[in-house]
Design a protein around this ligand. Structure first.
Ligand code: SF4
Length: 224
């Protein structure tokens, strides 16, 4: 900032420092992977039995976090999806990605981002169109309005997702929403614009059937 080099650290980083000073860098690098050394705080929330923050070595499989530390999907339901790194810019993962190692390189290779390490879990009775709508509403609300792609794009993605929920969605709207998303990413001033598209792009890819169920039923086929 102000043409001066600036280091931005967070509490998670500072919490590691005393242990590294006490035990040495090699001790810390003994945890995790070569490219992602050390430990990471993962925040498990959503449909899990034991939501909370869990510190584990980088590279711990998502399955160990969701099914182990967090006690599995709530009420014995099945897993439908999870975010590996929070809502911002991270593509949803399906159950086939449960054995992904949670480190920077593995999550990226699997098609998403580790982001903040916020793992949000969705049970199989959750409507992913509604989930995308809730996320996108947040971004539309937070958009400051400075850039047209972010301001208009988030508005139109919300508008279209609402149409699906209200039974007015059309097959071509899936393509149109992705076109809108493609015109937001890389064309907005700050990261919020880029972050806003993942709920639409990943749910239309992973859960296209659910969008079509909304069209066929003329509304949302899920209770939540
Ligand atoms: S991308 Fe950032 S600066 Fe641009 S409208 Fe969105 S929130 Fe505002």
């Amino acid at each position: 900032m102000f043409a001066k080099p600036t280091v931005v650290n967070n509490v998670e980083t500072f919490a590691c420092v005393p242990h590294i000073l006490t035990n040495g860098a090699d001790w810390f690098k003994g945890f995790g992977t070569e490219k992602s050394p050390g430990t990471k705080m993962f925040c498990l929330s959503g449909d899990v039995e034991r939501p909370g923050n869990y510190e584990v070595p980088f590279g711990t499989p998502a399955r160990d976090l969701i099914e182990g530390f967090a006690g599995g999907v709530k009420d014995g339901k099945k897993l439908k999806a999870f975010t590996p790194g929070g809502a911002s810019s991270t593509q949803f993962f399906g159950p086939d990605k449960l054995d992904t190692n949670m480190d920077w390189e593995s999550v990226t290779a699997a098609g998403s981002l580790l982001g903040t390490g916020a793992i949000i879990v969705f049970a199989d009775d959750v409507c992913m169109v509604r989930a995308a709508l809730r996320y996108t509403r947040f971004y539309a609300h937070e958009s400051c309005g400075k850039c047209t792609p972010c301001r208009e794009g988030t508005y139109w993605m919300v508008n279209t997702l609402e149409r699906f929920e209200n039974g007015q969605g059309r097959e071509e709207d899936i393509v149109i929403m992705n076109d809108v998303a493609g015109n937001i990413i890389g064309r907005s001033f700050c990261a919020l614009g880029d972050f806003s598209i993942a709920p639409v792009t990943s749910t239309t890819k992973l859960f296209a059937d659910e969008y079509r169920q909304h069209i066929a039923k003329g509304g949302c086929p899920f209770d939540r």
